[in-house]
Design a protein around this ligand. Structure first.
Ligand code: FPP
Length: 251
């Protein structure tokens, strides 16, 4: 039976987040410049978005550029920004035709103007779509996000709009970049690294983690489906005793 058919569409993770890692190593293995890996990684993004849409995933969050990535050599940063701008430009109409809604989290204002402009236009164009939501994390880090949320709440307290006692998890959730998204059910990280790397630290509290040695430019639909099948074999307890219904019996 092919992998896609083994997926129980009744028990899909609602939100899948991905740390797309290994572009540089993939390129180096082939004796090429790192940027060649990033270029090839765009094809993996395309395949993964298609895979997620085909099986009916609601939210897909992709870690495309971290706050820390600004410290990479200027040439790599510039090329990555150019690549992102080009990818948004090339893919937006196709995403729109396929009812995909594009969103972003992170410090979008810190991106080069051409990139943030393209991104805002694509978000606006696709805002009414009702299929898969692709959420791109750009100039994002979880500690940046949590600090910003704390600042936002502290300001409200200082202005006496809320009492310190009112600060609860719901208020924290609302202050996060991901306020309008459910927490990820599944996190995939490619390239064999076993780290979270400052990604969605608040939101990953009960997320199932899936690590694969596959380098991001090699990641294709079949790898995405493998991750979903693995997730569906797990029993989620959310710290409780009873089991939540994500376990699937395979024929
Ligand atoms: C990590 O590999 C990857 C990135 C920092 C960039 C990911 C960006 C893309 C795939 C471009 C397209 C994205 C979208 C959303 C269109 P790495 O450079 O850290 O690899 P390494 O760990 O092997 O050095």
């Amino acid at each position: 039976m092919d992998l896609k058919q083994r997926i129980n569409t009744e028990r899909l993770p609602c939100h899948v987040a991905i740390i797309m890692d290994g572009n540089g190593r993939w390129a180096e293995q082939q004796g090429k410049e790192r940027i060649f890996g990033h270029e090839s990684g765009v094809e993996s993004v395309r395949d993964t978005v298609k895979a997620a849409a085909e099986i009916g995933i609601s939210y897909l969050t992709l870690f495309a550029f971290s706050t820390e990535n600004w410290c990479r050599p200027q040439k790599e940063v510039d090329t990555l920004m150019g690549l992102l701008t080009k990818a948004i430009d090339n893919e937006t109409l196709d995403l729109h035709k396929n009812n995909v809604r594009l969103q972003a989290i992170g410090d979008i204002d810190s991106l080069p103007f051409s990139c943030s402009k393209q991104l805002r236009e694509a978000i606006e164009l696709t805002s009414g779509n009702t299929g898969l939501t692709v959420n791109v994390a750009l100039s994002y880090s979880a500690r940046w996000e949590i600090t910003k949320a704390a600042r936002k709440i502290a300001r409200k307290v200082a202005e006496k709009r809320i009492d310190p006692e009112d600060v609860d998890q719901e208020l924290m959730n609302e202050a996060m970049e991901t306020a309008r998204l459910p927490d990820p059910d599944l996190l995939i990280r490619t390239s064999g690294e076993l780290r979270i790397s400052n990604f969605l630290l608040w939101q990953l509290a009960y997320t199932e983690l899936y690590f694969t040695p596959v380098l991001w430019p090699d990641f294709r639909k079949k790898h995405f489906y493998q991750a979903i099948i693995d997730y569906q074999r797990r029993e989620r307890r959310f710290g409780k005793v009873e089991c939540h219904a994500d376990e699937v019996k395979q024929a």
